[in-house]
Design a binder for this molecule. Structure first.
Ligand code: KG4
Ligand code: ZN
Length: 330
């Protein structure tokens, strides 16, 4: 199976064969860095430039000839519509030319299915905290194809909270991993940034972003060097609050569902504090915790292949006349 991912700013293709990922080629679009965020139109054009070389590289690396393919899986949504269209159109044209079926994959389900690429694999049911630049969800995963969202963000995603804070601090996009690095040398209790507590298992991060904005405005007007002098402590304090908000809700969801198999997915699951605090919680709450390999946390086509395979197995084939859906639900 060939799998294609093009929902945001990574163009990726993977080859899956006999239960294994043979290749997973990812090209990240550097063009957005100078704009401080993903520019949708530039993302679509960049996907168009990269999709053929990326697929070619994935096939070459796998040693599989395109005539040996059985199906093409692709990301139907959610994501940026223009970006999705490039992947979907390529997948359909390629599959039509080879006279093989397509498989429509939900990007958020695929982040969760990344847990089934390598061993050890979680057992059902488990809870997955999916935290990326575009999404923040707690999902109850009952089976490969049966998932229920228990809670999600009502405004910004967790990764967005990291990236917007990084932008306010003058760091390049995407700044999440830089905050993670500076925070390791800082004091998380130095500044108390308020987190908004939403009912149930939902999240809100836009209030935190605004409080960081006002805080910095005030401090920088009194001292131009404030950010430079206190960068580590600011990063540590903001990160502390974001991770605290995420894990509180995860603990609540685990307590009320009685599910103690816990997984994390998405770009933010690379965060050091999140991983450290999860380890502590796993001891405290007797959780079994699953974290995918770094390359399968951020956007990649290997996870699309995995999710596509579970649909293919059930003969859930795609429709050549269906369109991508920017707001596709789990
Ligand atoms: O899953 P992903 O690659 O793409 C989306 O689907 O959005 O996630 C990217 C997000 C960005 O917001 C990035 O800043 C964040 O993941 N991120 C991190 C770290 N590494 C990546 N956030 C916090 N700490 C990190 N170490
Ligand atoms: Zn993603």
């Amino acid at each position: 199976m060939l799998a294609i991912e093009s929902s945001c700013d990574e163009t990726s293709a993977a080859i899956f064969h006999n239960g294994r990922i043979l290749s997973n080629v990812v090209v990240s679009q550097a063009i957005h860095e100078i704009y401080g965020g993903v520019v949708p139109e530039l993302a679509s054009r960049s996907h168009q430039q990269h999709i053929i070389p990326v697929v070619r590289a994935a096939l070459e690396k796998s040693g599989i000839d395109k005539k040996g393919l059985t199906a093409v899986a692709y990301t139907k949504g959610p994501g940026l519509l223009g970006s999705l269209l490039v992947g979907a159109t390529f997948a359909k044209a390629f599959a039509a030319a080879l006279e093989i079926p397509i498989i429509e994959v939900n990007h958020m389900q695929a982040h969760i299915m990344a847990h089934f690429i390598d061993d050890p694999k979680p057992e059902f049911p488990f809870l997955c905290l999916t935290v990326s630049g575009g999404h923040t969800q707690i999902v109850q995963v009952n089976d490969f194809l049966n998932m229920k969202i228990l809670g999600q963000t009502i405004d910004d995603a967790a990764g967005e909270a990291f990236d917007k804070t990084a932008k306010l601090l003058g760091l390049p996009y995407p700044g999440g991993h830089l905050i993670d690095i500076y925070a390791r040398k800082g004091n998380p209790r130095k500044y108390n940034f308020p987190g908004t507590d939403i009912k149930g298992y939902d999240f809100s991060f836009s209030g935190l972003k605004t409080s960081v904005l006002y805080f910095l405005r005030e401090k920088v007007s009194a001292d131009k060097e404030f950010i430079k002098k206190n960068l580590n402590d600011i990063c540590a304090s903001v990160q502390f609050r974001i991770i605290d908000l995420l894990l509180k809700k995860l603990e609540m969801a685990s307590a009320s569902t009685g599910i103690s198999i816990i997984a994390i997915a998405g770009g933010v699951s690379a965060n050091f504090l999140l991983r450290e605090n999860l380890k502590e919680l796993s001891v405290k709450n007797n959780w079994r915790v699953f974290i995918p390999r770094q390359e399968y946390c951020t956007d990649n086509a290997a996870m699309i292949a995995m999710a596509g395979y579970f649909k293919y197995r059930e003969n859930l084939l795609g429709d050549f006349s269906s369109s991508p859906d920017a707001r596709l639900k789990i």
